[in-house]
Design a protein around this ligand. Structure first.
Ligand SMILES: Nc1ncnc2c1ncn2[C@@H]1O[C@H](COP(=O)(O)OP(=O)(O)O)[C@@H](O)[C@H]1O
Ligand SMILES: [Mg+2]
Length: 457
């Protein structure tokens, strides 16, 4: 197998000929050959091979070749040659969708992120975004969204991609038959697809339970607990979080506490305000929760509450944005420290929270020990990512952890997000991490599509 980078030129001649410069002939081990099989994504195409005198790595594709193969554009691109086949690419597909499918705004609020991926990615790959509706399984093509020079979307039809980065936005849509079928179809064609789907909290807690290192960082959790179990957990920790298994953005979360001789307290978000209720008995607390949620409580998890470190009397926790790199290793790419709003149950920015750098937050909480704590937290996050990955049958290339640290410097993981949001990267000090995050996604796409040299090959 050989990998190289070259300049692809598209010409107007109608015949099916590929012209290859001398240096490239050698790199691709094509010297002496009269024909070659070219590949773009799922499409294989035989063509006549002709060497030309020109310095550097150049590939000229006549229109009889590039139109048939659906080569999206000229420019710098990787070539991978193996067993007489030359693959041009990679062809990377970003799968997403909008709130309602619209031609002008197909990806809704994700458009900015998707354009950023396409802008960086098009320097080293053929990269496009697409929605489930844009795939034509009958002829194995995708009518995708590429980015033109002016930064606008331009539609092109290409073969099925070499790798898919999944950013489908809807948790509900992802469990439907059409989306399950779509994923199975990619897998059947051996097209790497990451990440598989949203996680739910209980699955992650359960799976980490089996890992002796990672489980130390997971608070004690009970899925769909009985009232007796909730009471027991509350009495043993005096503070618990009671939260929806499939929740997000802090919706439906309760912070329940018990103070002997004083009673039971429930803190939660009510509209745009924070509410705090006191109950004299556990029974009356449960009745209120039942009245508010009814059978939806069956989808709740009760979890040991962690007393987070605080700044100015407000708890802080952290978002660790994790990626797999071009060598298939986990790295912590960006960390945002989230300070909760006054009286808020969670640290979400939209509930009045604010964002700091981890250095700012940890030096205020731990002084000179801050750096050491950050190192521990990073290594815990890597163990957690490795543990989750090793227990999953599908590919994971990116994770967003909600991580808490207590006053004893213990590291706790509250949630693992398979499609982490990108709001931390809006912080002026985290912009370069945002860029690094995009680059890691692209590097990992190169790895998964085999356009990166792998260890031992
Ligand atoms: N067990 C816990 N102990 C302390 N704080 C918690 C706990 N669980 C959640 N939190 C707080 O609530 C926030 C939201 O919880 P999380 O599990 O991430 O739910 P969501 O899906 O709504 O984001 C966390 O970022 C953290 O600030
Ligand atoms: Mg969260």
């Amino acid at each position: 197998m050989s990998l190289t980078f070259c300049n692809v030129h598209l010409t107007g001649q109608p015949q099916r000929v590929v012209y290859v410069s001398g240096a490239l002939m050698k790199d691709l081990k094509l010297s002496g050959k009269k024909s070659v099989r070219l590949r773009l994504g799922g499409e294989l195409f035989p063509a006549t091979l002709k060497p030309i005198k020109k310095t550097g790595n150049h590939l000229y594709l006549t229109s009889g070749v590039h139109k048939k193969m659906k080569i999206p554009n000229a420019g710098g691109i990787h070539l991978r040659s193996q067993d007489g086949e030359v693959q041009i690419g990679p062809l990377i597909g970003i799968l997403s969708d909008g709130p309602i499918t619209s031609a002008t705004n197909p990806f809704g609020s994700r458009t900015g992120f998707i354009k950023q991926l396409l802008r960086y990615g098009s320097k080293k790959s053929y990269i496009f975004a697409f929605t489930p509706k844009n795939i034509h399984w009958e002829n194995e093509t995708v009518h995708g969204y590429f980015l033109n020079e002016a930064g606008r979307f331009i539609r092109k039809t290409v073969p099925l991609p070499d790798v898919v980065y999944n950013r489908l936005p809807s948790r509900r849509a992802e469990t439907t038959t059409p989306i399950n079928q779509l994923r199975e179809r990619f897998i059947r064609r051996k097209i790497p697809f990451f990440n598989w789907s949203f996680f739910n909290k209980a699955d992650i807690y359960r799976l980490l339970d089996r890992d002796p290192v990672a489980s130390r960082h997971v608070p004690e959790s009970i899925m769909n607990p009985t009232p007796e179990q909730i009471k027991e957990l509350l009495h043993s920790h005096s503070l618990i979080y009671y939260k929806p298994n499939n929740g997000s953005l802090g919706h439906g979360i309760y912070r329940l506490s018990y103070i002997a001789k004083s009673g039971y307290y429930a803190r939660y978000r009510k509209g745009s305000k924070n509410a705090l209720l006191r109950f004299s008995s556990f029974g009356s607390l449960m009745r209120t929760l039942q009245a508010r949620h009814g059978s939806a409580l069956r989808g709740y998890v009760a979890q040991q509450g962690i007393r987070l470190i605080e700044i100015d009397g407000c708890p802080i926790d952290f978002r660790f944005h994790m990626h797999k790199n071009g060598k298939n290793q986990w790295v912590v790419v960006g960390i945002g420290a989230k300070k909760s709003g006054k009286g808020s149950v969670t640290t979400h920015l939209k509930n009045g929270g604010s964002l700091l750098t981890p250095e700012q937050a940890l030096s205020r909480a731990f002084g000179a020990r801050g750096e050491e704590v950050l190192r521990h937290a990073k290594s815990a996050a890597i163990s957690l990512a490795e543990a989750i990955e090793s227990q999953q049958q599908h590919l994971i290339g990116e994770l967003g952890f909600d991580i808490g640290i207590d006053k004893e410097e213990k590291i706790w993981m509250f949630e693992a997000n398979a499609k982490p949001g990108r709001s931390i990267f809006k912080h002026p000090s985290l912009r370069s991490e945002g860029k690094a995050s995009v680059e890691h996604i692209l590097e990992h796409c190169l790895y998964l599509s085999k356009f990166r040299r792998r260890e031992g090959s």
